[in-house]
Structure formats: structure tokens, C-alpha cells
Design a protein around this ligand. Structure first.
Ligand code: DO4
Ligand code: MG
Length: 281
């Protein structure tokens, strides 16, 4: 089952049918323990439509949730970050956090800084080296239960983070720093461990990066990330948790304004965003 947030209301796609739900606010609709069953119950009172056009005006599937992110959960992320921060002496922190019991977790964005499907993500004007980070993103209810999955893009400045790990919030948090969508996939159980994350970046019609990684390459368990996040934080409307990147383009790659970023995680779908940058300094 998938839930889309549209300008007309929430649309649930179940089997070959689409259901428009207008009598519940988004936060109230998604933030329920046992969401799959709760949605099935809701659908009994809604007349379905066989028409896909219900999901034409899709927004990011977020309203009152915070987006948090986990870092250095894949070996590829650890190695790339150690390389970019070696000169500053910051490389050893990534190595340590990869092996530590406590994961790296950081606040990423609220809805106002998050681009939905077809929306624009930004690169900072004071950054010279930028990448998207395609991440399986958990939707966790206020009770701390993993109820669904979405696709996240944790936009990152490698030049700023590489200069000093203490610049992480500036490398990660700014206008248009996150992408989320196209829906929340609610399978009614854990996502298939064979799931793959695919990233394609296209520049003026040419593919300039293509890669994929299985989520089974992730070092930590989803439940482990959630339990650290919920240890001392309450989330009244539930929250999203990006689970870290296992795909980092080669060091000679940087995003440019106009690039198209296409992240696919079957069976969630494809999140497409376009890159923008105000005039560089
Ligand atoms: O350690 C910095 C951030 C790491 C991150 O965002 C990731 O591994 O995805
Ligand atoms: Mg990341």
C-alpha cells in the first residue's frame, strides 16, 4: 500500500485502486501504530477510483514531522568522508562512529526545507563540491514503530563538511537541503532486505552518474537507529529518519545547477528532483 500527499487530499494506492481521503489531516492519517491495518479499515468507507490521475499533483509526504538522518551507516560513506576530511585531521571521527555503539544521528529538515517529487533541491552558493545522498527513509510513528518507507535525498556539501566535521550542520541544513517522496510505502511489515537503492544523475540529457546499492550493505539495523533517536526525543506526529547513504559518486564529481537527480527504490517508486544554485560566491 502507498500513501501520496496531493493538493486534493491523501491518496491511498492499494491493489489496482486509488482512494482519495479528505476527512483526515495528513498527520493524523499517517501517525498510527499498525498503519497498514488502520488504512485498510479506513478504505472500507471510501469509494475507490481505478484512475491513476488522482495522484497527479504530488507533494512531499510530510507535514508536521521532523526529518532526521543517520550517518556513516555504510562503508562507502565512511571511506568517502575519511578521504575528504583527511587534510583537516577529521577523518578519524568517521572511522570511530562507524564502529561505535552509538550511531551518528542529526536533525536534517522540516517540511519547509524539503522538496517533493519534481521539486528543486539546492546547492549552497558557498560550496564547491556537492552530492545528493539517496537514502531509504523510515516513517516512524510517535510510538516509535516503523510504519512505512519513503525515499530521501540528504543533499550534502562535501567541501564544507570536508573542511571541518564541526561544519556538518552547515553542510547539511539549508534551504532546499532535502528531498522526500514520492509516497510513503506501507507494506504492513519490514521492507524486503533485498531492496536496492538506485541513483542516476543526468546533465543536459546525458547520464553523468549511475549507481546502485542493496540496503543489506547497511551496517546497522533500522530498529537500532530508531531506538537511539527515540531515547530522549518525542515526536508528536511521528518522524522521518533517513538511514544513510551507501552511494557516493567519485571524487571528481560535483552536482551542477540544472542536473536531474533520480532516486529509485522499488517498490516505493522514483523520486526526481532538479538542482538549483544561486550565483556562487
Ligand atoms: O557524517 C556525516 C554525515 C553522513 C551521512 O549523511 C551519510 O552517511 O549518509
Ligand atoms: Mg546522508
Amino acid at each position: 500500500m502507498k500513501i501520496y500527499k496531493t493538493f486534493e487530499g491523501a491518496v491511498v494506492h492499494h491493489g489496482d485502486k486509488f482512494y482519495l481521503i479528505t476527512d483526515r489531516k495528513w498527520d493524523e492519517l499517517i501517525n498510527r501504530e499498525g498503519l497498514y491495518q488502520a488504512l485498510l479499515d479506513d478504505l472500507r468507507n471510501v469509494t475507490p477510483s481505478g484512475n491513476e490521475s488522482l495522484i497527479r499533483s504530488i507533494q512531499a509526504p510530510i507535514e508536521g514531522q521532523e526529518i532526521w538522518a543517520a550517518g556513516v551507516t555504510y562503508k562507502r560513506s565512511k571511506e568517502a568522508r575519511m578521504d575528504e576530511s583527511r587534510k583537516s585531521g577529521g577523518d578519524t571521527f568517521y572511522d570511530k562512529v562507524y564502529d561505535a555503539e552509538r550511531p551518528e544521528l542529526f536533525f536534517k529538515a522540516l517540511a519547509n526545507r524539503t522538496a517533493g517529487p519534481g521539486g528543486t533541491v539546492n546547492i549552497r552558493k558557498d560550496s564547491t563540491w556537492d552530492v545528493p545522498e539517496p537514502e531509504l527513509t523510515l516513517f516512524v510513528s510517535s510510538e516509535g514503530t516503523i510504519e512505512g518507507y519513503s525515499i530521501g535525498n540528504d543533499m550534502s556539501s562535501r567541501s564544507i563538511e570536508g573542511e571541518n566535521p564541526l561544519y556538518l550542520p552547515q553542510a547539511k541544513i539549508y534551504e532546499g537541503c532535502a528531498g522526500l517522496g514520492p509516497c510513503i510505502y506501507v507494506p504492513g511489515g519490514p521492507i524486503n532486505p533485498d531492496t536496492e537503492i538506485k541513483l542516476e544523475i543526468t546533465r543536459q540529457g546525458d547520464s553523468v552518474f549511475l549507481g546502485s546499492v542493496p540496503i543489506s550493505n547497511m551496517k546497522r539495523k533500522h530498529s537500532e537507529l530508531v531506538s537511539f533517536l527515540f531515547m530522549e526525543c518525542d515526536f508528536q506526529n511521528g518522524c522521518f529518519l533517513m538511514t544513510g547513504t551507501g552511494l557516493v559518486p567519485p571524487d571528481d564529481f560535483t552536482l551542477a545547477a540544472g542536473d536531474e537527480i533520480r532516486i529509485t527504490i522499488d517498490p516505493i517508486g522514483t523520486l526526481i528532483n532538479y538542482v538549483s544554485q544561486k550565483a556562487p560566491l
